[in-house]
Write a new protein. Structure first.
Length: 231
């Protein structure tokens, strides 16, 4: 996986940013008369709270990662199920024509079990087509229409599962970028209001001044999702 790097403009944790943003919203509401002198109105406070609430419910990387793992496990289980179907189909071909026959060699069974996902799916489709084309001759080896239908259905399940796994893989990288962008937006607004708050209360009220101090200096930091390989 190629991780797309984005720059966080804050080095406190996301929960800390959320908690501090909510605190600042309350403080601005308390000090709204002073803030209105700088065109920071109740509407601006509501907007800040809305942005904070949206960031609060945005899915965490762990949540998105678990979705990917779940999709990956489903895909892997279907690959194993398909391998077992292929093994049984290959045995019928061997019984009918022997391992040394051109027909047996044509299904490429020797390395099919070690193929990457996409190649395995393609090979599974070719084996299914082979079994359908040779159905009449393989009836003597126990092949039935029901077995072919089951193989086709399982193959489609695998194709769908692989698509979902790839989608979750891509979604995780996109959500990482989106999460950092939302955090940066929230931090930028809060930082602006904090500067106003500090200017209002500097040398006037030390306690209220501290309400607008973000502990943890701003520090650009590259943020990437955990390294995962798309299987």
């Amino acid at each position: 996986m190629t991780n797309a790097s984005v720059q966080r403009i804050y080095n406190i944790s996301d929960p800390e940013l959320i908690g501090f943003s909510q605190h600042v919203s309350d403080c601005i509401s308390r000090d709204i008369t002073d803030f209105e002198l700088y065109n920071v109105t109740s509407l601006a406070v509501s907007n800040l709270q809305s942005i904070c609430d949206a960031f609060k419910i945005f899915p965490t990387d762990d949540y998105v990662y678990q979705e990917y793992l779940s999709a990956n496990e489903t895909k892997d289980a279907l690959i194993e199920a398909m391998k077992e179907i292929i093994r049984k189909m290959a045995l019928r071909v061997e019984m009918k024509w022997s391992k040394n026959s051109p027909k047996y060699r044509s299904i490429g069974i020797s390395d099919v079990y070690n193929c990457p996902d996409e190649a395995f799916i393609m090979r599974a489709r070719l084996i299914l087509e082979f079994m359908i084309e040779n159905k009449t001759e393989l009836i003597s080896e126990g092949l039935t229409d029901e077995m072919l239908d089951q193989m086709e259905e399982k193959l489609q399940e695998l194709i769908d599962a692989k698509y979902l796994q790839k989608e979750k893989f891509t979604n995780r990288a996109e959500k990482t970028i989106e999460r950092v962008e939302k955090g940066n937006e929230l931090y930028g607004i809060v930082s602006k209001y904090c500067e106003i708050g500090k200017q209002i209360w500097e040398r006037v009220n030390p306690a209220k001044y501290k309400d607008y101090v973000i502990y943890g200096a701003s520090n650009k930091k590259a943020v990437n999702p955990k390294n995962i390989d798309e299987n």
